[in-house]
Design a protein around this ligand. Structure first.
Ligand code: FPP
Length: 245
């Protein structure tokens, strides 16, 4: 594996980077607990780190990055914690264009309808305003669940069958993928999950079918660009066969 210097960040990285890196931002709560702080402060630090990692990925030239911001299951958390995450999302949506700068397309994965109207509107506007950008695509999984996404795709396909636009025998894997929130986007190449948990937690389960996994004990607020470099170097050493030999 050849390592080269990426000029933008002065980092030594593999020549070939994954096209799509998925981040499961886990460990915010434990980060806060270790410091005797409320969980919501862990999410504040997590959101700061999210911005840093987005900037870095843009600079080193990763084309697609996705983040698990809020799952369909996260609504079970205490109201105070949910409100804290909503506040962070709302604040981010206000200064998102300044953060992303030119060239980044933003897309939300998940059912927006569960969010307050102002947040939904800001999400739709951001998607519309950035739809033509091609440098990098930022996917934000908000009120997202992998099984929920597949069920949603199945419902849309069933409607097409009902209206006669589609025949059951014509439904292929591609048909299902075309009705996912990620329609037209590449599958995940590398999933990174910090905080020591070794599971996918319903994150992009269809799109991760052939992904490589990178787990680390570092908690998300401490997951630095150096940690990301390590993951990218590790990924480059893996032999991906996609079921072949
Ligand atoms: C999981 O860690 C993290 C979440 C459920 C929330 C992630 C959300 C953010 C980092 C805020 C993102 C904001 C923007 C603007 C993108 P956990 O709380 O389950 O950690 P724990 O397992 O240590 O308790």
């Amino acid at each position: 594996m050849a390592l080269i210097k990426k000029k933008a960040e002065d980092a030594v990285l593999p020549e070939v980077l994954p096209t799509h890196v998925g981040f499961i931002m886990d460990g915010n709560g434990r980060w806060a607990k270790k410091r005797g702080l409320p969980r919501s402060l862990g999410h504040v630090e997590g959101a700061k780190n999210f911005k840093k990692i987005v900037d870095y990925c843009k600079n080193i030239g990763i084309k697609y990055i996705s983040f698990y911001v809020f799952s369909t299951e996260n609504w079970k958390r205490p109201k105070e914690e949910i409100d804290g995450i909503l506040k962070l999302l709302r604040e981010y949506l206000v200064d998102v264009q300044a953060h992303l700068g030119d060239g980044v397309r933003a897309v939300f994965l998940g059912d927006k309808s569960a969010y307050p109207e102002d947040i939904q509107k800001a999400m739709v506007k951001l998607e519309k305003d950035t739809a033509h950008h091609t440098k990098m695509t930022l996917l934000l999984a908000c009120n997202y669940g992998g099984r929920d996404e597949i069920a949603h795709s199945a419902r849309l396909i069933a409607e097409k069958v009902q209206s006669g636009e589609l025949k059951p025998e014509d439904i292929t894997e591609k048909t299902i993928a075309d009705y996912l929130y990620t329609a037209g986007m590449p599958d995940v190449d590398l999933v990174i999950r910090p905080s020591g948990e070794l599971r996918l937690s319903n994150y992009l389960i269809w799109q991760c079918a052939y992904a490589e996994y990178y787990f680390t004990n570092v908690l998300w607020p401490d997951f630095s660009t150096e940690e990301l470099n390590k993951a990218l170097i590790d990924y480059a050493s893996r032999g991906r066969r996609f079921g072949g030999v």
